[in-house]
Write a protein that binds this ligand. Sequence first.
Ligand code: ADP
Length: 318
Amino acid sequence: RIVVVGSLNADLTIYCERLPLPGETVHGNGFAVNPGGKSANQAVAASLLGGSVSLVGAVGADANGDMLLSSAARAGVDISGVRTSATEATGVAVIAVDSNGENNIIISAGANGTLSPSDVAAAAETFDGAAVVCLCLEVGRDTVEAAARAGHDAGATVLLNLSPYAEIPQQLADLTDVLLVNAHEASLFLGSAGNPGSAAIPGSDADASDWEAVRLRFAERGLQRVLVTLGAHGSVVLDSLAPAGQQLIQIAPVRVNAVDTTGAGDAFTGAVAARLAAGAPLADAAAFASVAAALATTRKGTQAAYPDENDVRRVLTS
Ligand code: ADP
């Protein structure tokens, strides 16, 4: 089983020609309410890709909460660990998207802010026998740490998506088996306190020695296995626990006609969780996730755009 602990948000998206400046009002040309939140997205992606997924989180007693629960349940996610807060509304992300696809996002945590280590303790039975525990930083650090500890103690692989980026205590790094970052988060992490040296993440013309240096920098922080996603440039597997010569694997991009990259990183994370839970080696999981995330960009929306296992297999075998 995969246990995902974290956020559920209603994405309130308004489309406009250009984003408003401070104090300015602009006219929008469309509005949509969709299920979102990194953890809910990751849970849905993992479930559609064949994982048996339990989501631990919190929503409010409102229509947005109902929408999130039914979207996750429809994808096959076990939502019995999602608590309904008596006091807080469901978390929302208010998103403005301009005609170039550039966006502004404001998140109100709402019920996500009430998720606490006691919710992790209440889900103790769910952690029993879990293969993967999947975490991100959209809920409180103490909750993330408690879930990482519970996963570690249960013998699960702890997969941490360091997003939205924040510094993490060494304790959490030590509990992390696989770190998943995009290029931006990777450079923020390597540039943060305690990591002297260059924060630059190699560009698309990088060679293996550039990535070797990055692998060593992560390993110095106790992060032995790291996946770096590079958008349209694919991804990189840094595995300091692999035999020499197999510690760096560059995964070629999957060429698609991307129309909406929102939630691509979450599709990638959910896919990695699903494949690791199925016993796949890290590099295989990343290759599978590259296809799943690429397919997710070919349709508008987030959870509704996610592929299932057959969609991915079709690309892998073509
Ligand atoms: P995030 O969405 O977190 O910013 P990335 O932009 O790195 O993360 O995208 C995550 C993954 O989604 C990539 O590693 C890749 O597999 C896939 N992806 C994103 N954009 C594209 C694209 N334009 N073409 C193909 N795959 C993409």
